[in-house]
Design a protein around this ligand. Sequence first.
Ligand code: SF4
Length: 173
Amino acid sequence: MPPRSRRQELARYARRAVELGAQGAKIVGPRAVRCAQWVRLKCQYGCDGYGGCHTCPPYSPTPERTRQVLDEYAHLLLVHVGRWRSASRIATRLEREIFLEGHHKAFAWGAGPCVLCRSCDPSGPCRHPDRARPSMEACGIDVFATARRAGFPIAVVRLRREQANYFALVGIE
Ligand code: SF4
């Protein structure tokens, strides 16, 4: 368990996520974040965003690489939001704030495709590399298993009127 001052700092980041509009946030360890090969299949077969931007497969990190990256962190912040566009916005803001507090490894994973530009040309350079971040699912993270393990609600959405739950992740240290 981290020392008290570190626990307080981590708790403050969770509160900050809520201040920025999240419904909730929780500090988790790397092994609480699940990666799976099938996640990539869902991108490749069934998502019209496949290959459409720098932050999506096949350009985003594979599940194997993501597993290795996650294991380089001791603490990550799992963020629960109600709108997927909010997930990446909140996560990149947190990444910047946490980085500026001295956590040089701070890195954000968002939700869904990148929407910072009207269109994306993955054969050219990214126009906003400071804010464009891959989604959790684009990197092979099993968002369903990860959210459930952390005690957050998540279920398959079958009807438009059903409430969806979205998640972002910020690696801290
Ligand atoms: S910021 Fe623009 S260029 Fe970069 S990944 Fe997003 S949409 Fe593509």
